[in-house]
Write a protein that binds this ligand. Structure first.
Ligand SMILES: [Zn+2]
Length: 479
């Protein structure tokens, strides 16, 4: 990024502003999508602009521009200033410079091979080969291979001396096969739908590994055509990390967002069954439940060194031994709620203000191997890969469907089951957590599609989890 952000800051003339922050974002996103071995999309987009944040009369005002010229930046800063002045008339809280402490530092995504390591031609050829490998039989009626490569640079500087540079490289992939036999249609993807999301480099596209993966996905799609329906019963439910992703996201992440609890999101994303007075008191789940906000995990999708208002990122326990300790509240939400929070103020790009987001929310490993968990179950169901979800707007009652399941009988995985679903109520469900897998069972996934805010902000989240056993859960079949 060549633009002189410091010169821009020193040029802004707003004599009675308490604080000014500038956040420059430059994002290049490349999407390659092949369906039935035909290239569908080879898009590359660039987005580059500046968010100006001004604190005046105890209120933050925001304005953004992608016209990086000193005169226009002054006009944009005045818009942010006016917005803060106007909102001061209806203030719900008076903010201070304490919400924007000085911070300096850098962050770089870890990776082995940079984006130039594989040419567009080679990547398209690989995606076509993946489609070929997915089509293990004539009963495979659709194949798809999808890769989204995103390079993001952000700079943040402020009038009280913050100076932060971060550079991200993220890759999201999805390889999927749809199988059909008459009226029966089954889709099998690579751990669900676009769940393979990491901060990594082009080493992700290892030819042998991706083709092996594609072969298994194709074979499992066919296997599902001939599988039994998931039975309807209350039973032991074992969830793979690629479904724990969704379970953590919807029933821990969203309900703990402090802005939701404060009511900011009620009009759009909803509220939460959690109340401010529950922090420090509520038994959220069984004593085996340890959940962290952790943007420091190397390679996870939503890792970073600083949030988008310059707060240094640290790992923090949200839930320890089942007890609710801390919320997903940014510096503003912490000031408003008086609840301990985290460095989670994030914006989808340069043209949005930062709000309370999830980043990485991870469930910590326990002590049982996968085989030990299964061996202790007389009857149960093991489910993999999210397919569908429904949860009320207080994030309490939910119903989730998976792509692939196995029956567990007398300590062994037996028949494959199709159309597996389960339902529950958040606290009750997490209180039924009775076995947590060890480190060998932990896998990290993510999503580029967490939506929130008006205007909408779709953002990256990461979730790592071991395999988990929940007792006495209602499971059922059906599409
Ligand atoms: Zn979400």
């Amino acid at each position: 990024m060549q633009f002189d952000l410091k010169a821009a800051l020193s040029h802004i003339d707003l004599p009675d502003a308490t604080w000014i922050g500038l956040r420059e974002v430059r994002e290049i996103s490349t999407t390659r999508y092949v369906r039935d071995r035909q290239p569908q999309s080879n898009g590359r987009s660039l987005s580059h602009g500046l968010m100006i944040e001004v604190l005046v009369d105890g209120q933050f005002g925001y304005a953004s521009t992608n016209y990086l010229d000193l005169k226009n930046i002054q006009i944009t800063a005045q818009r942010a200033y006016q917005q803060a002045k106007v909102s001061a008339q209806w203030a719900v809280h008076s903010f201070a410079i304490a919400q924007r402490p000085k911070a300096t530092g850098q962050y770089f995504s870890p990776y082995l091979e940079d984006v130039e390591a594989i040419s567009p031609k080679e990547l398209n050829a690989l995606l076509i080969d993946i489609c070929d490998r997915l089509k293990v039989s004539d009963q495979i009626v659709k194949t798809s291979a999808y890769a989204v490569i995103t390079e993001i640079e952000t700079k943040f500087i402020s009038s009280n001396g913050s100076d932060i540079y971060q550079k991200f490289l993220t890759i999201a992939t999805d390889y999927a096969a749809t199988a059909q036999d008459g009226a029966i249609i089954q889709r099998r993807g690579d751990h669900g739908q676009l769940a393979c999301c990491h901060q990594a480099g082009m080493e992700i596209f290892d030819r042998d590994l991706t083709l092996q993966k594609a072969q298994i996905i194709g074979e499992q799609a066919i296997e599902l055509l001939n599988a039994d329906e998931c039975p309807t019963e209350a039973t032991n439910l074992v969830l793979a990390p690629d479904q724990m992703l969704l379970q953590i996201h919807e029933s821990i992440g969203h309900p703990l967002e402090i802005d939701r609890i404060l009511g900011d999101e009620r009009n759009y994303a909803g509220g939460s069954f959690v109340k401010l007075e529950d922090f420090g008191k509520m038994q959220y789940g069984s004593s085996l439940m340890n959940v962290c906000f952790d943007p420091t995990m190397a390679g996870e999708f939503a890792s970073y060194g600083f949030d988008d208002v310059g707060i240094p990122a640290t790992k923090e326990y949200l839930i320890k031994e089942g007890k609710l300790l801390r919320g997903l509240g940014s510096s503003e939400s912490q000031a408003r709620s008086h609840i301990d929070g985290v460095a989670n103020a994030r914006a989808t790009s340069w043209n949005r203000p930062a709000i309370d987001r999830m980043a990485n929310i991870n469930l910590e490993a326990g002590e049982y191997s996968f085989d030990q968990i299964i061996a202790n179950i007389e009857r149960g169901i093991y489910m993999e890969s999210n397919r569908s979800w429904s949860i009320d707007d207080y994030r309490n009652k939910f119903q989730f469907g998976c792509e692939y399941a196995k029956l567990i009988e007398n300590g062994k995985l037996t028949k494959t089951l199709r159309n597996p679903n389960y339902r529950g109520v958040t606290n009750q469900f997490w209180n039924n957590l009775t076995r947590v897998g060890d480190r060998q069972t932990v896998e990290a996934y993510g999503s580029p599609f967490c939506g929130k805010g008006e205007p909408n902000q779709v953002i990256r989240v990461g979730h790592a989890s071991p395999v988990c056993l929940f007792e006495n859960i209602e499971v059922f079949g059906g599409a």
